[in-house]
Each structure stands twice: as structure tokens, then as C-alpha cells.
Design a protein. Structure first.
Length: 214
């Protein structure tokens, strides 16, 4: 008797996860993008510091003037100070919409991406422990040994090459099964629908070759 959830329960859980993440964070849900950002958090922090330096328009104008003087030997005329911005209560609807759009396009904080990855690991561990299936192992199980290979060295090589191909495909497609298949298709994005059709179609073909041909 299997202790796994029925397929419809898993589908409901993934749907609720994707919908709540979108409503709360107003951003696309994606594990591969979260992993990429966590790996390159130092570079992102450096970019954030650079952006903070030029958040003030006067500081940015002075930096551009200094760079122009260094390059061409002349300093451009100082532009007149910008007009005072209207009170926030009198801001037009278009400006508010632009601010909201720009805020939603900003990436989520890196620590939230790290929390997402950690929760995936912790959730899998909790599910395995509570159902009595937790076991430390360094292979893919009996099914993998029967279907692909039972040689440990070959198994490691196959898994390594498969991981590299998955990473390459994820970068090439701009997302993975969670980013395109769950979040992108849920938002009816054409690029996500095409990407999901391609990688699921390829998986079906490869599975057929493994079971029927190889």
C-alpha cells in the first residue's frame, strides 16, 4: 500500500502554493531563479549598493558630469533644478500605476529566495520522516538501477551529466518546471506555455525510449 498523496491532492497543494505566492509577493514563483539568485547574492548586493549611490538625482548628475569632464575635458552646463514634485495625495493615477508596476518588477529580497529553497528541503524531510520513508542513500533507487544502470560509478556520471543538462536547459529557457509550468502557465504567458510543452514533450519521448527501446 502506497503512502503517497493521491495525484489530485498534490495538484491542489501546488495550485494553492502558486496562487498564494503570486498574491502575496506579486512575483512569479520559480525554484531555479531562486537558486541562481542565492548563488550570486554577492553580485546582487554589489549592484544594490551601486544603485543606492545614484538614487539621488543630484549625485547621479554630478557623477555623469565628472565622467564627461574626464572623458572630454569639459564639464557640461549644470541643468536647472527639477521642479518640486506634487504632494503624494495629488499624484495622478498614472504615476501611481507606474510606481506599482516598477515595484512589482523588482526582484524579491534574496533572503526570501533562500527561505524558499530551505523550505523545499525541510518539507521533503518532514514528509519522508512522518511517513517512515526517510533513508540516507547515494543512488536513485531500485527503479533507476533496473532501468538505467546498477554500476555506482556509471550512475554518478549519468546523474552529473543529467544535472548539467537540466541546468543548461533551465538557463536557456529562462525558467524550470515551477517557473514556467506552474507560475507561467497559470498566468497564461505564451513563452511559458511553449517551454512547458517542449520540456514535458521531451520527457515523454525520453521515457518512451527508455522503456520501449533501450
Amino acid at each position: 500500500m502506497s503512502n503517497y498523496w493521491p495525484w489530485w491532492a498534490g495538484a491542489v497543494g501546488l495550485a494553492l502554493l502558486t496562487i498564494n505566492y503570486t498574491l502575496i509577493a506579486d512575483r512569479s514563483f520559480g525554484v531555479s531563479s531562486a537558486w541562481d539568485r542565492v548563488l550570486h547574492w554577492r553580485a546582487e548586493r554589489r549592484l544594490e549598493r551601486e544603485e543606492a549611490r545614484f538614487a539621488d538625482e543630484h549625485v547621479l548628475a554630478d557623477a555623469l558630469a565628472a565622467a564627461t569632464a574626464e572623458q572630454f575635458g569639459t564639464r557640461p552646463a549644470t541643468p536647472p533644478p527639477p521642479a518640486a514634485a506634487p504632494p503624494r495625495a495629488q499624484a495622478t493615477g498614472s504615476s501611481v500605476a507606474e510606481e506599482t508596476t516598477s515595484a512589482s518588477l523588482r526582484p524579491a529580497p534574496v533572503f526570501t529566495q533562500a527561505a524558499l529553497l530551505l523550505s523545499v528541503l525541510v518539507g521533503g524531510w518532514v514528509a519522508a520522516v512522518t511517513t517512515g520513508r526517510f533513508e540516507l542513500r547515494f543512488d536513485m533507487g531500485d527503479g533507476f538501477r533496473q532501468l538505467v544502470t546498477d554500476n555506482p560509478n556509471t550512475m554518478i556520471g549519468v546523474l552529473f551529466v543529467g544535472g548539467v543538462l537540466v541546468g543548461f536547459g533551465t538557463r536557456l529557457a529562462g525558467g524550470c518546471t515551477s517557473g514556467h509550468g506552474l507560475s507561467g502557465c497559470g498566468r497564461l504567458r505564451p513563452v511559458s506555455i511553449v517551454a512547458t510543452a517542449v520540456f514535458f514533450g521531451t520527457a515523454v519521448i525520453v521515457s518512451f525510449l527508455l522503456w520501449k527501446v533501450i
